[in-house]
Design a protein around this ligand. Structure first.
Ligand code: FAD
Length: 364
């Protein structure tokens, strides 16, 4: 397993260039994937690092501080692996999980043009035809899809839902990159058209026919926790840049840090990072201990960490001012990347709805 310091060395100061190019180098992504870094919780019996959620979370924050596009691939690959672990048969786990920790890349496809926050509007169909399964529909904004070898596609299956493993080379699959995303620009977001894609039935993950909410919530819980830890990373990168600048940049005869209004920004950034870290640690411990409150804990962690990252990155740009107001500067990148974290894996508003339901169930 590659450790934090090695990942720092591998990424170096290239995140800015990748962001501008809208592309991650495939050799580096392949190396990290083959080391299991992109889905660190896959157990050792499948060749994975077998990390706890807590350890994987700190790794995710580390990558998130370096490059949110790369961290986005971790989130997708980890969600794909978790969905296979959770819903795959013994044979499916044995087939696909070793692939995901040996260099194959995966994306997860829920969203559709008419099914964003409301995934119950999903129109993609996954239908069994004898020994085959046929998938028809269109997915949007699938992270990592331009790099992916496999997609986990969710869709309707009879009265319920299903998830199916779709190799991107299958006839009928068309992957079209989302042009010029606002943030996480190198994360390979793409729209995916699935025209009567025909695959052997063993690509259909067991669990087919379950309610959509069950299937989706399981994958999203992993994704939310991963995004939340990624936001901790964004906050840490903002703290690094902001404190260094506030110490070295002088105005009115003293360092910026000695101006109390600037100090307040720095203090609030620290509070944002610490609070986000604590809620992420709590949710990860719920995961590791198999606690039932994991689902709301992951929503809370994602909601708090994404909001803190968006506000924290805005404060970091404020402190850096013209020094950070440049395309590709770490805080400018953080500002764009963090805003998107308030949209994905359940937007702020959807998170608030879920947390309100939870509060009513527990407190009313
Ligand atoms: P809409 O659902 O149209 O919502 C628009 C606004 O209305 C939002 O502010 C929303 O919060 C609000 N809203 C909607 N319903 C309600 C309500 N009931 N009450 C209050 N407010 C409401 N999808 C995938 O399947 N796989 C991926 O890997 C993936 N990666 C993504 C990466 C990025 C960077 C982005 C931007 C998107 C990604 N998506 C992915 C899509 C993402 O999941 C959706 O964008 C998200 O679910 C929101 O859907 P929408 O954009 O259609 O917004």
């Amino acid at each position: 397993m590659i450790d934090h310091a090695e990942i720092t060395d591998l990424v170096g100061d290239q995140a800015d260039a990748w962001d501008r190019a809208g592309r991650l180098p495939l050799d580096l992504v392949g190396k990290l994937a083959a080391a299991g870094v992109l889905c660190p919780q896959v157990p050792a019996e499948y060749g994975g690092p077998g990390m706890s959620s807590l350890a994987a979370g700190e790794l995710t924050a580390h990558v998130g501080a370096l490059c949110s596009s790369l961290r986005s691939l971790m989130t997708s690959q980890g969600m794909a692996a978790w969905t296979i672990r959770r819903f795959g048969s013994t044979e499916q786990r044995a087939e696909y999980l070793p692939q995901l920790v040996s260099g194959q890349l995966a994306g997860v496809a829920f969203s559709e043009p008419e099914a964003g926050s409301d995934l119950s509007a999903m129109a993609t169909t996954i239908e069994r035809e004898g020994d085959h399964v046929v998938i028809t529909g269109g997915k949007v904004w699938v992270t990592g899809a331009t790099y992916a070898d496999l997609l986990i596609v969710f869709g309707r299956n009879g009265q319920g839902a299903a998830a199916v493993v779709v190799p991107t080379t299958t006839a009928g699959v068309t992957v079209t990159a989302v042009p010029d995303p606002m943030g996480c620009r190198a994360a390979g977001h793409a729209n995916v058209q699935l025209d009567s894609v025909r695959l052997p039935a063993d690509h259909l993950l067991s669990g087919a026919g379950l309610p959509l909410e069950w299937l989706v919530t399981s994958a999203l819980t992993y994704g939310r926790l991963s995004v939340a830890w990624g936001c901790v990373g964004i906050l840490r990168s903002c703290l690094t840049a902001t404190t260094k600048h506030a110490r070295t940049r002088h105005q009115f005869g003293k360092p910026l840090a000695e101006h109390q209004l600037v100090g307040r920004h720095v203090a609030e950034l620290l509070v944002a990072e610490q609070a986000a870290t604590r809620v992420c640690e709590h949710a990860s411990r719920c995961w590791d201990d198999g606690k039932p409150e994991l689902v709301p804990a992951a929503v809370l962690a994602k909601h708090l960490a994404a909001g803190n990252a968006a506000r924290g990155a805005a404060a970091a740009v404020q402190v850096m001012a013209s020094a950070g107001a440049l395309d590709g500067h770490p805080v400018a990148r953080a500002y764009r990347d963090a805003k998107l974290m308030e949209i994905i894996e359940g937007s702020n508003e959807i998170s608030q709805i879920l947390l309100a339901e939870h509060a009513m169930a527990v407190w009313a």
